[in-house]
Write a protein that binds this ligand. Structure first.
Ligand SMILES: Nc1ncnc2c1ncn2[C@@H]1O[C@H](COP(=O)(O)OP(=O)(O)O)[C@@H](O)[C@H]1O
Ligand SMILES: N[C@@H](CCC(=O)OP(=O)(O)O)C(=O)O
Length: 373
């Protein structure tokens, strides 16, 4: 896919980061928000569906409560987020209304997307909103999201939303012009990268953390988000939110920001859901032969190819398959508990009945329930 293909986009997810929205922590930047909403409204008027993922609840809550530094305790953060979310909703509703559009607040936790039924529910709701011509405004449900059930950053949330509703384009607006060869706030010699494949290994060296004290992940989570988004075939562009008409220009295929080129075609719906799961319950270390058949032949995983079991998991839970070098090769839903897998490591499936006293499936992970990374 090249940038000129963006002009054919039918559905786009726009993610706006905290530091942009709150003008570096000084309260909501109403002027900038009005300009972004106007751009999104004009996309809608052209028949392009827009989903907004907006950060800024904590930052706006801090401004409203007069907090100078980001609270340390989870409860204070959650309290700040609930105060700030009111401000976000109000400003977006007012602005979209001026263009004759309705906005809808959708607050999600990771749990909502890791459970297959709730995932499908969230998807149906979002698609219904789009059909009504509404612009969904999504954020993490910070008031209730504890460590175990949080996405952690809105770049990841934006990518998972792009997967959920099969958007072709994820636009991540931030306080930099895009991805630089190093963090430009530290390295003055850093250069803007205009286009790069999501799987390019140099990305892991270039992308650093956030330093603003307002945002959460820096470029690191944006790169990870682009990789996740690419699993449903979505292209990602990271660009400066302050650039004039930035959203429209990106959709028009203009060479601004960093285009993170997706590397694979879209996965089937169930595999997309699998690929977006963030919490694995355990790991299986594979031998080289198993790595090869999973990667090259798209086969199911059998116990004969497993060397080691790490962690505890139950039947049906998500486990990661790693090579001897520790690289993640695949992940999928396991057919046996960790306790049972330990007993059958390296053994042919025909011996399961004898070793375990029962045999449910001959594969540890069936290829339909597995996604190769
Ligand atoms: N290679 C890089 N290129 C650009 N910015 C980088 C890079 N590495 C780290 N960063 C940092 O990432 C920050 C943007 O991320 P973040 O603060 O999380 O913003 P947002 O609120 O938009 O998500 C930049 O201000 C910059 O300091
Ligand atoms: N849900 C949080 C967003 C945290 C976050 O990821 O922020 P950012 O890095 O600015 O996108 C909030 O609204 O404050």
């Amino acid at each position: 896919m090249s940038r000129s293909d963006f002009a054919k986009t039918k559905r786009v997810v726009v993610k706006i980061g905290s530091s942009l929205l709150t003008a570096g922590g000084r309260g909501l930047n109403k002027e900038a928000i009005a300009a972004w909403v106007a751009q999104m409204a004009s996309l809608r008027a052209r028949g392009i569906e827009v989903i907004l993922v907006s950060s800024g609840a904590v930052a706006e809550g801090m401004a409203r409560l007069g907090l100078k530094v980001r609270p340390k305790t989870l409860h204070e953060l959650q309290a700040a987020a609930s105060v700030g979310q009111m401000g976000l909703v109000r400003v977006f509703e007012n602005n979209f209304q001026q263009h004759g559009l309705h906005a809808a607040q959708v607050l999600l936790t990771h749990d909502d997307l890791s459970d297959r039924r709730r995932y499908l529910n969230a998807r149906s709701t979002l698609l219904a909103l789009l059909k009504f011509g509404v612009v969904p405004v999504i954020n993490e449900n910070d008031a209730v999201a504890t460590e175990e059930i949080r996405f952690g950053d809105n770049d990841t949330l934006g990518a998972l939303v792009a997967n959920l509703i099969e958007a072709e384009l994820l636009v991540i607006l931030t306080d930099q012009q895009g991805l630089f060869t190093a963090d430009p706030s530290i390295d003055p010699a850093a250069r803007l990268v205009s286009e790069i494949n999501v799987n390019d290994a140099s990305l892991d060296i270039m992308a650093g953390d956030s330093r603003s004290g307002l945002g959460r992940g820096g470029m690191y989570t944006k790169v990870r988000a682009a990789r996740l988004a690419s699993r449903s075939g979505a292209a990602t562009v990271i660009a400066a939110g302050v650039a004039e008409n930035v959203i429209a220009e990106i959709v028009a295929g203009k060479p601004i920001g960093t285009y993170m080129v997706p590397s694979i075609g879209p996965l089937l719906a169930r595999k997309r859901w699998l690929a977006g799961q963030l919490q694995v319950k355990g790991r299986l270390e594979l031998d080289d032969g198993a790595v090869k058949v999973l990667r090259d032949a798209g086969k199911s995983l059998l116990a004969v190819g497993v060397k080691n079991v790490i962690g505890g998991f139950q039947r049906g839970e998500l486990v990661s398959c790693v090579s001897a070098q520790g690289m993640e090769v695949a992940r999928g839903l396991i057919n046996y508990s960790a306790e049972d897998v330990r007993k059958v490591v390296g053994r042919p499936s025909s011996e399961f009945e004898c070793i375990l006293g029962y045999a449910d499936d001959e594969e540890l992970i069936h290829r339909d329930n597995m996604v190769v990374m």
